[in-house]
Design a protein around this ligand. Structure first.
Ligand SMILES: Cc1cc2nc3c(=O)[nH]c(=O)nc-3n(C[C@H](O)[C@H](O)[C@H](O)COP(=O)(O)OP(=O)(O)OC[C@H]3O[C@@H](n4cnc5c(N)ncnc54)[C@H](O)[C@@H]3O)c2cc1C
Length: 455
């Protein structure tokens, strides 16, 4: 490409940094990635950083574009739906989609991160570990670095610098010093804690393998995602304060009593519960919105650095990977006119990242509370019936977000219309057989254009 800068410096070798490095290196750019942590392939991970992620269509599309998905298939476990655990141990399975193709994939975050780092190196990107970015000149893109091992500080010139440095971004901190930079951060009153259900004696899964398990308990919940080695990565979501909170679980006996009364079937499978609970840190969850995401055609931020979201739609990395493919599509279309690309990138993406941020917060209530409510389950049945009869027009919001690449803002808008329809259709009845199909037909024809015509 004519006029393209030779070198692009990326801050952060989490999930987005190495993927973007691969996509850039495949197009002939020199990608230099700076990561404050040591190389995770050589140093054992610190406790509490091995959560699993749910990968879905948007993330898989990006991994396919990077030529990685087929090799990664052996690292993932398909999850066909939610397995709901009641307090008395009854199980209810709620499929995610209409058939076996509509599944999401559980993958170890650390495994995905290491695979991306290795693939980036194999593609010719250079990764520099224990190099913390301590400042960026927004006018020139030059990056100041501190070697975390020796303490030595250096500065590197840069044509373009992209901040993929996560929710506590150093690049965003620099942008905050600018006039008229918009920024909001909203923490949940809830935290999360990583726990484990180990594999059985023969390496087998002790719960249904192809499901995302949820123990919804109204104000809080436990979830478990399968690993390929037979274990499950669990996350406990609990308020920080108040009754039934992290603050009240101060001793091992508190934790055991709490699990015995709320999650007894899970407790029976968690021999290291107390140890896990006290060794692993309690994480916070935040939604971050800001603008602009770029300055002077020299610096840009993407992924969690630009738009951190809470994890309840399982979209953080799917959305970040979609950032990467969107940026590369603009680059392929327009050439390396960075100033223009960065502007177009933000105007294409921000409306959508705002939408998924809001949907993710809403989905927390659905997961921890509504999935156990008979009214909600009835609406889900009607939703699936409508989706089966009108597959082009009535696509459930969860499916639009998870199994399609329709812009998130469209998924949000159509989801709101569909919710209204469901209220009109479901409120007067309590059996799917009593559904007023004529009314459904009229509403759908009037308010929903086929999805393929809008995306
Ligand atoms: C509990 C939980 C569950 C989740 N579940 C899902 C899920 O199921 N599906 C999903 O899609 N998403 C999920 N997410 C979200 C997902 O983890 C994030 O969206 C994703 O990690 C963001 O990737 P990133 O590369 O932007 O940032 P990160 O992965 O945070 O990577 C940023 C990197 O930058 C480095 N860094 C930071 N500051 C500096 C600096 N100054 N200098 C150099 N390096 C620096 C960090 O060390 C890190 O390696 C979940 C998140 C949480 C917390």
């Amino acid at each position: 490409m004519k006029g393209q800068p030779e070198t692009i410096r990326l801050i952060g070798a989490g999930l987005n940094g190495p993927l973007l490095a691969i996509l850039l290196a495949r197009r002939g750019f020199r990608a230099e990635v700076y990561e404050r942590r040591p190389d995770m392939r050589r140093i054992p991970m610190s406790a509490g950083r091995s959560i699993n992620l749910a990968l879905s269509t948007r993330g898989i599309h990006a991994l396919t574009e990077a030529g990685l998905w087929s090799a990664m298939r052996e690292m993932v476990t398909p999850m066909r739906g939610r397995m709901i655990h009641s307090v008395t141990g009854e199980l209810t399975f709620q499929p995610y989609g209409k058939d076996a193709t509509e599944v999401i994939y559980s993958i170890s975050r650390a495994g995905l991160n290491m695979a991306l780092i290795s693939a980036a190196e194999a593609q010719g990107a250079r990764l520099h570990f224990q190099q913390r970015c301590i400042g960026i000149d927004l006018k020139t893109g030059a990056v100041r670095l501190r070697d975390e091992h020796t303490g030595k500080e250096t500065s590197v010139e840069s044509d373009v610098t992209i901040g993929c440095d996560g929710s506590a971004s150093a690049l965003r901190a620099e942008m905050l010093k600018q006039n008229r930079f918009n920024f909001s951060q909203q923490y949940l009153d809830y935290g999360y804690k990583e726990l484990t259900i180990p594999a059985g004696p023969e390496g087998e899964h002790l719960l249904e393998r192809n499901a995302l398990h949820i123990w919804p308990r109204g104000n809080y919940m436990l979830i478990a995602l399968p690993n390929t080695d037979g274990s499950f990565a669990c996350i406990l979501f609990l308020p920080f304060e108040g009754t039934d909170s992290f603050a009240t679980l101060a001793a091992g006996s508190d934790v055991l009593e709490f699990f015995q009364s709320r999650f007894p079937d899970a407790l029976a499978l968690m021999p290291q519960l107390v140890e896990n609970y006290f060794v692993n840190p309690t994480g916070a969850m935040v939604t971050i919105k800001c603008s602009p995401w770029h300055a002077e055609g020299k610096v840009l931020m993407l992924g969690d650095a630009a738009h951190a979201i809470v994890p309840f739609f399982g979209q953080g990395i799917n959305c970040g990977f979609e950032d990467c493919t969107c940026l590369l599509e603009l680059l392929d279309r327009d050439g390396a006119d960075w100033s223009r690309i960065f502007q177009e990138f933000e105007s294409a993406r921000r409306i959508n990242t705002d939408a998924i941020a809001d949907m993710a917060v809403e989905n927390f209530v659905e997961m921890r509370d509504r999935v156990g409510d008979p009214k909600f389950l009835f609406r889900k049945k009607v939703e699936l019936a409508l989706a089966a009869k009108y597959p082009q027009s009535f696509v459930p919001k969860y499916a639009m977000v998870t199994f399609h690449r329709v812009p998130y803002s469209i998924a949000l808008a159509r989801g709101t219309i569909q919710e209204r329809m469901l209220s009109e259709l479901c409120d007067p009845i309590d059996r799917v057989e009593d559904l007023d199909w004529d009314l459904a037909d009229r509403l759908i024809r009037r308010d929903l254009t086929p999805l393929e015509l809008v995306s």
